[in-house]
Design a binder for this molecule. Sequence first.
Ligand code: 5AD
Ligand code: SF4
Length: 445
Amino acid sequence: MKRLFIKTYGCQMNVYDSDRMTDVLAPLGYVPTDTAESADMVILNTCHIREKAAEKVFSELGRLRQHKSRAEEQEGRSMLIAVAGCVAQAEGDEITRRAPWVDMVVGPQTYHRLPELVGQADPAARKRVVDTDFPAEVKFDFLPEEHASRGPAAFLSVQEGCDKFCSFCVVPYTRGAEYSRPASSVLEEARRLVASGTVELTLLGQNVNAYHGVMDSGETMSLGRLIRELAEIDGLERIRYTTSHPLDMDEELITAHRDVPQLMPYLHLPVQSGSNRILTAMNRRHDADTYFRIIDRLREVKPDLALSGDFIVGFPGETDRDFADTLKLIDRVGYASAYSFKYSQRPGTPAATEDVQVDEQVKSDRLSALQQLLDAQQLAFNKSAEGQEMDILIERAGGREGQMTGRSPFMQSVYLNGDAADIGKIRRMKIIEGRQNSLLAEAIS
Ligand code: 5AD
Ligand code: SF4
């Protein structure tokens, strides 16, 4: 038995990929472990979306270098170090130059080749391997079907890459062109996950609602249709999907929110900015009114739909007025939760070379004003749950003895009393308190 430690950064797609790397390495005798120190192989599954995320990798590699030399010099055993994910894809050469103790660099589209790479890497001979191809073969066809249960709420990758080319974003370069898995392969994996105890599936894709997987008939299936097919699987109680682009919210997907009871009433639909000038500069290909129309239509078919979004402040050229438009958009939409970021210049993206970069202090001030508004909306949303009854999926032990945590239909974290026997159960409970980041629930008496 060999011990494998994977540290995952960034988005949910990376969480899914890390699980699949575990599956790929299992036949070689690798078993997951909780610490890097004792591991025989350490994989950093990295994120390149913002500068901060990418820099974390290099500081972690510094720490790993010490573990590796201790293992080699004091314990006489080897430790393989691999960098995977989007930093590996974008900065493979930089990694081997700055951190020569790294044995393997593997991109998001080639991790099915890890077993081969492990065979090729030779730490004793300081032989490093780098594989950041965009191969002709599709990794999903080479990933093992067998895997351990992924728990009651699992991710399922259905689409990868992006053809939208928003001017700030590295994804089209790190993850490559848009690709949809064939519908039958997605449905099969979903059935296997449900058979192994999963009751909630989150369909993943960088641009998931652009999904257009081929069917056995040769025609393509949209995400709305895929959701309807998944809903036929016995035992699959909840379906979610993330992340979506407004322009791909077609009518079939919108009406799935009305027609499919398993589709949860929560949607992450990033808009990034409320200013039409900035939306154009970002190459988002829609304006604020188009976004409002989509939200209005969604609320028409599903009045209690909770919305979440992503926002960037301080995009090159953003003025106080543009920023005020973003605040106005947030006011009008009303978000249950949201993620917001200071614009980060990413090498190779069009926006990075704009010469009208916004001052760091201005970015910080705008971010805190934006977050104040979003926090207030989130607290109001959580407070509005007080006194209501909701179905809670119980997922894992909470921090305290006798406490468990779960999720509401609206993606809120919920604390409740219970024990391990409740994991995977959906219970109707009463919400007794709404807090900033969570709800408290109790059994209905
Ligand atoms: N700077 C700041 N935020 C970014 N995002 C993507 N690229 C950048 C960048 N260069 C944010 C967007 C996206 C989320 C995943 O990350 O809001 O929706
Ligand atoms: Fe990046 Fe999303 Fe825009 Fe694609 S749609 S370029 S992943 S922000």
